[in-house]
Write a protein that binds this ligand. Sequence first.
Ligand code: URP
Ligand code: ZN
Ligand code: ZN
Ligand code: ZN
Length: 471
Amino acid sequence: MYTLITGGTVVSSTGSGQADVLIEDEKIVAVLEPGSGVLGATFLQGVDRRIDATGKYVIPGGIDAHTHMEMPFGGTFASDTFETGTRAAAWGGTTTIVDFSVQYTGEDVLERFAAWHDKAAGKCAIDYAFHQIIGGVDDVSLAAMDTLIDEGVSSFKLFMAYKDVFLSDDGQIVRAMQRASRNGGLLMMHAENGSVIDVLQQQALERGETDPIHHGLTRPWQTEEEATYRAIRLSELTGAPLYVVHVSAKQAAMRIAEARDTGQNVFGETCPQYLWLSLEEQLGAPGFEGSKWVCSTPLRARVDGHQEHMWQALRTNDLQLVSTDHCPFCMKGQKELGRNSFAAIPNGIGSVEHRLDLVYQGVVTGKISLSRWVEICCTTPARMFGMYGTKGVIAPGADADVVVYDPAGRTRISVDTHHMNLDYSAWEGFEIDGHVDTVISRGLVVIDDGEYHGHAGHGKYIRRGLSQYLI
Ligand code: URP
Ligand code: ZN
Ligand code: ZN
Ligand code: ZN
């Protein structure tokens, strides 16, 4: 089965140009001179399907390296299953997710990993891989890290917050980092000082401050910066590469930049919510409305310039990529759990469907270049997490994960039209310059012309190698 995408501008992380893309079954087999017929008329008569991309961008499928489908958290479960969440991702031009298998304190890592496989198997519309959350560092879980690398899980997330649930103390962090420095794994860090936050939360609640905005006010930037700095120093001490997830404070991004400037293998991601939304406008919305935007790290004050700094850091490669941290909770029955106390609002925002569109607005507004958009949404995630070559690039031999993006199209984000299993949109009313027209996942057209043609079970598990991004 041959598919030929003609007339488009192929955009890569290093540049762009007119080219046609030939796909055979699940793989890209050639990138051709536009309309060249290089392969000869006879051969091209054998093309089963042509996709006209005239006036549009042809980019590698998006990779969202941070999602939480069906994650048990805050007394409930993230509302997207692997089935609904990967379908929504496909609608937005994402063709691979890296989700987090979760070990809570006291659980067995490999048992939980097997359970995560069971949840995802046969359900996904697009390809998927796993990171492993280690919520209890001990001899058994440390040994499991070696086993997991053989299973294609080369990155491990630790938490410096959420006591008795996830939190690792500094000694545990050092032990996990020592292990990663030996086995080649990448240590991912939720960098917030949890014991300080717990005290600030308690004091706020004692003062009767229960509104959602206090979620942000009790997680001030110092708690993120301090934890980020501590993680960087422990990474230096142990020689383990470090990847800081969901960076929102400019001071934390600055610590990451400093570490990178000294040659350390330290990396960071930010998320669309930290690029576009703020503490004042969203988290501080009247009444309980702000609960829609309760996530950790929290949205930051626009008056302090965090959002603009995140764009700046992406521009200069102080931060390497954008993931969504997709962890949706419905208002009804989920966010509602925290009506009487911000501390009981499940933490998370749903954006898996909107990442390419939201980051593309940075191209439209001149914050980043077209190639940088592709780099931070598609190519770097593949390199960072050991999938590059197969994923993240339009080149012969790569999986045929391709998006045709129309820069002249328009997309209006709304709960009425999104495909996530979520009863509100954190992005309600956002007007996007640009539109995901066609999405191909390993050769299968899953989205075309506003229609879904995919199916649960098309997506397969990707065994990742070690990071290809290390210095
Ligand atoms: O609020 C968030 N980020 N929820 C998901 C869990 C995490 O810490 O990434
Ligand atoms: Zn986290
Ligand atoms: Zn997360
Ligand atoms: Zn159709």
